[in-house]
Design a protein. Structure first.
Length: 367
């Protein structure tokens, strides 16, 4: 963008840098007996706008039993490709309100997290963005439609100043709802020499606590936002100032508490051990007999303590990261799950009832 810099002999000079690189087309490859073939055009996924795609999430957006694709684009409208059930896709981001934020603006979208943040049984999306812009929380309305609720949920104000990248929705305190982790760090080291600009090159990460499940709110208390910034109370690992990028969540020591791995430019990764989660938990491991493939797209719904919680097996969300494919459920005070329902991508189901908590339950397809 051009901007005036100074006047000389009554003439205004204009200084500007080179325009950014051109975007490249997205590609879709089909697995045909172990051989991957470019099927972008036949699947309806040709990228006409050549957006700067930085993250993609394969998930059943409209709950019709097949995988759709959501693409986070940097400085361009995001894409939502809806699967018609035959492996052919149609781009529907604008009519479903997932292309832009509430102001109708395309953002510098970086990373994606997906999950049911408010416990209504409908998928929601969180998309990180550039500094001096709110990262966006898209609330699912059902049927594959969404609305931007960033400001009223507390997510927007908390994410306005930093430049955000990788992210995760995960139950970090085992209370039954999904908390939010966001990795932050600028792209311009020179920003530290310009105090008139908001932000620094090295930034700390964010931990936003989900407060949808609480039993300690006094009667008559004013309403609270869905998310609270809990970064200050999250321990020294969340006070590190670095140019962070990726986030991956998983229980690396199998103690029933989700841990966090965060990467940064020119720095070693940070492994944050969870020492605070006190609630009960259950982890579901979905397996396909005779194979080692991760059953991406498999949905698991756990009913416990009067609540239903759904997670899906995924790969490649966040930003250049992958979470533990085992599905973790915080159960709060419940010491058993009434039901575990596994819905495999081919439509078959596996059911377990009266499952004790605090274990890794392996469920194999066909059982």
């Amino acid at each position: 963008m051009a901007r005036p810099t100074l006047s000389w002999r009554g003439l205004e000079k204009v200084a500007y840098g080179p325009f950014g690189l051109k975007g490249a087309p997205d590609h879709f490859f089909r697995n045909r007996k172990g051989r991957f073939v470019d099927a972008t055009e036949e699947a309806g996924l040709k990228d006409q706008a050549l957006g700067f795609g930085l993250a993609v999430r394969a998930v059943d957006v409209d709950d019709d039993g097949d995988l759709d694709l959501y693409v986070a684009n940097d400085s361009d409208p995001n894409y939502l490709y809806r699967n018609d059930g035959t492996g052919h896709f149609k781009e529907v981001a604008v009519p479903t309100s997932t292309a832009f934020d509430a102001n109708g603006a395309a953002q510098a979208s970086m990373g994606i997290a997906a999950g049911d943040v408010d416990g209504d049984g409908i998928l929601d999306f969180f998309v990180t963005a550039f500094s001096e812009d709110m990262s966006t929380l898209y609330k699912g309305l059902g049927g594959g439609f969404f609305t931007d609720v960033s400001r009223e949920t507390g997510v927007g104000p908390a994410t306005y100043r930093p430049l955000s990248w990788g992210t995760a929705l995960a139950d970090l305190d085992n209370d039954g709802d999904l908390d939010l982790v966001v990795a932050n760090g600028h792209i311009y080291p020179q920003i530290d020499k310009h105090p008139e600009v908001i932000g620094t090159y090295r930034q700390r990460n964010l931990l936003l606590e989900n407060r949808s499940i609480r039993d300690d709110v006094p009667a008559g208390a004013p309403p609270e936002t869905l998310f609270r910034d809990a970064t200050e109370q999250a321990g020294p690992g969340f006070q590190l100032l670095r140019a962070h990028r990726g986030v991956a969540v998983g229980d690396f020591d199998n103690d029933g508490r989700l841990d966090i791995l965060i990467t940064a430019l020119d720095e070693p990764p940070e492994l944050l051990h969870n020492e605070g989660a006190g609630g009960s938990w259950l982890t579901i491991v979905c397996e396909i007999p005779g194979g080692t493939a991760i059953p991406i797209g498999t949905k698991v719904t756990v009913t416990a303590g009067g609540r239903k919680m759904t997670r899906d097996v995924a790969a490649g969300d966040s930003y250049v990261s992958m979470h533990d494919p085992r599905l973790h459920f915080g159960l709060g005070r419940a010491e058993a799950a009434d039901e575990v329902l596994v819905r495999w991508l081919d439509g078959t189901r596996s059911v377990r009832t009266n499952v004790r908590a605090r274990q890794f339950l392996v469920v194999k397809k066909g059982t």
